[in-house]
Design a protein. Structure first.
Lengths: 327, 309
């Protein structure tokens, strides 16, 4: 399988009154063709910023500083002109957002909005685009597509709107779909349906998915490969089965421990003590040190690098560096 | 209540639901019809417009012939509102003036709304240098009080001996020029908040063109606001035109407008002795402007509830 998207040492930082906020701090990851990669992490860990950086949504925004490279089929997305970038967006890389309710224009009908990328990228005629819009709605599993195209967003439910967003995203057969917490705003039964739809479309079209979530259930459901982020850095990555079976980084372990297990009664659910560090006051150290149960002296002074801890599994933790050093 | 039930019953019988398309507009209409004041405002405006545009067709005095024998005659059976100092029928002239005043008001509204929306939308969408240039020009125009500015323009026109036939069009232009900055400011403000909404980010990731985003995705969101502003703007424009014409700096006689007809009140003798010369145009202006504003207020309550004080 060839590499579709390769993010290399991406740094995205924003100026703030008190200093520079490093929202994404040297993240490297890759997405293979036809693969589903999940970025997991808690709020503020930089997972959404990573996705928006790939889409080039920070370009031209005052003060946003983006470094590193984002290679999409050997083209550096960060080096593209506005015009070239527009031709990629919606066409080769599509994106869906967390809130389907507010991601659609309230004054345009579903059909009109679905036709937009078709008219822009595929240069279809209005008539062809309308026909295609109906087909797309059918494809994402909404019944009565002819009526739905004439509806306004407020007339549909959140689950239906998210399907419409998916239909819009896949309309130009993109090679990569970025989904930024696509199920967070939906209830659990609808979540499962949306994930099923995504998986089915992925299998039909062979596109890759970069899914951002904080929900480990979603990860287990759909991911091939998982990237765990913490405070703007990748702390662990690996194939989904291996990562769930044998998490190496204390943070990943904490995450997996803090999710409820069916059939086990507990007084209270485990939670990782402490809080995410202030992104403004970071010194060279392991950023998880304060909250880590295995904290060592070295963690306070030196930043661990991402190293192999198993087959296709890497973690950034001194525990394993130490072990290797002793071996 | 009966009505709703019968509609429902019918829908059930025929097995179809009532049409729901553009339900927001029909809802707004329903709500507007409940506002008695707004509806009567609209009725008055319609009445004035119909009388002004259709009335002269039934008048035998449309040629405006000067007849010194009929000078300053009080209302009578032949001349319902009397005659003016040149023996012309006042009622006919009020109706003809209404045509001009309403047309000037409407046309200058269209132009200023067009300018205000376009410039405001572009400024709010692109921000940066474009915004700076447009909004500083708007600020400049806003700092100069409107009336003195119009007076200067009017005086210049008189000085340059612009033919009276063209003055009507130039007055329209002048009024729009004074009115667009306020509109542009309002539209820009809305645009600044709209462009950051999530659905616009979704439009960006679809790779749409700026022009498409601006005119197809953003401006339709402003239509309720634009309609309200436009309505309220007509009243203002009619008023400004009247003021200008009253001072002899707007549309010039012999072309009648309500403003230059009230000019009669400027003259102590006419003011005291011939009230039929200035009361009809005065009442027309008053009624029309009040009616438009009342209607506009009602429209605003329905379409743009956020602006309600």
């Amino acid at each position: 399988m060839s590499i579709l998207l390769k993010i290399d040492r991406l740094v995205t930082q924003f100026p703030a009154e008190e200093g520079v906020i490093k929202a994404v701090d040297g993240v490297s990851l890759r997405v293979l063709q036809g693969e589903t990669v999940c970025i997991v992490g808690e709020s503020g860990c930089g997972k959404s910023v990573t996705a928006l950086s790939v889409m080039g949504l920070f370009q031209g925004i005052a003060g946003a500083d983006i470094r590193g490279s984002i290679l999409f089929e050997d083209r550096d997305l960060l080096a593209l002109s506005r015009h070239e970038l527009r031709a990629v967006r919606g066409n080769e890389i599509a994106m869906i957002f967390q809130e389907p309710m507010s991601s659609l224009n309230p004054v345009l009908t579903i059909g009109e909005q679905l036709m937009e990328p078709l008219l822009e990228h595929l240069k279809l005629s209005k008539k062809e685009a309308r026909k295609k819009a109906v087909e797309l709605i059918e494809q994402v599993g909404i019944s009565r597509p002819e009526q739905i195209v004439k509806c306004y967003p407020h007339e549909l439910s959140g689950g239906m709107l998210q399907r419409v967003m998916i239909a819009m995203a896949i309309s130009c057969r993109p090679k990569l779909l970025i989904a930024d917490e696509p199920t967070t705003a939906l209830d659990v039964t609808i979540q499962a349906q949306i994930l099923d739809t995504l998986r089915r479309i992925k299998e039909e079209s062979g596109m890759s998915i970069l899914l951002i979530t904080h929900d480990l259930g979603v990860v287990a459901e759909i991911a091939d490969y998982v990237v765990v982020m913490y405070a703007g850095k990748v702390v662990e990555e690996g194939e989904v089965t291996r990562l769930f079976e044998a998490p190496k980084h204390p943070y990943t372990r904490g995450l997996l421990r803090s999710k409820p297990v069916l059939g086990q009664r507990e007084e209270s659910l485990y939670s990782i003590p402490g809080q995410v560090p202030d992104l403004l006051a970071l010194s060279p150290s392991c950023y998880f040190y304060d909250r880590c149960e295995h904290g060592m002296e070295i963690c306070r002074h030196r930043e661990p690098a991402l190293g192999e801890v198993g087959e296709r599994q890497r973690a950034a933790c001194w525990l394993y560096e130490e072990a290797k050093a002793h071996a | 209540m009966e009505n709703v039930d019968s509609v429902k019953a019918k829908a059930i019988r025929t097995g179809s639901r009532p049409r729901r398309r553009s339900s927001l507009w029909s809802q707004a209409l329903q709500q507007l019809l409940k506002n008695k004041l707004a509806v009567s405002g609209l009725a008055v405006v319609m009445l004035v417009a119909i009388v002004c545009f259709a009335g002269p067709l039934f008048s035998p005095y449309t040629d405006n012939k000067i007849n010194m024998a009929l000078m300053n005659k009080p209302p009578s059976m032949q001349h319902w509102l009397g005659t003016d100092k040149l023996g012309r029928d006042v009622l006919t002239r009020v109706m003809q003036a209404g045509r001009i005043s309403l047309t000037v008001g409407l046309a200058s509204m269209v132009l200023s709304v067009f300018l205000g929306t376009l410039l405001g939308a572009v400024a709010g969408y692109y921000r940066g240098i474009v915004d700076q240039v447009i909004m500083r020009v708007a600020d400049l125009l806003l700092t100069i009080p409107g009336l003195p500015l119009l007076f200067i323009c009017g005086a210049l026109l008189s000085d340059w001996k612009v033919p009276t036939d063209y003055r009507m069009y130039i007055v329209m232009l002048m009024l729009s020029l004074v009115n667009w900055p306020g509109l542009a400011r309002m539209i820009r403000g809305q645009m600044l908040s709209l462009r950051e909404r999530e659905f616009m980010q979704a439009a960006v990731v679809l790779g749409l063109r700026d022009r498409r985003k601006l005119f197809y995705h953003l401006i339709p969101n402003l239509i309720p606001l634009i309609i309200v502003m436009a309505t309220l703007n007509i009243g203002g424009a009619i008023l400004s035109e009247s003021v200008l014409s009253f001072f002899g700096l707007g549309v010039m006689p012999p072309t009648p407008t309500w403003g230059n007809m009230i000019d009669a009140a400027n003259n102590m003798i006419d003011f005291q002795e011939h009230p039929w010369l200035w009361i009809p145009p005065g009442v027309s202006i008053f009624a029309t402007v009040i009616a438009i504003n009342v209607f506009g207020d009602g429209l605003r309550d329905v379409l743009d509830p956020k602006m309600k004080r």
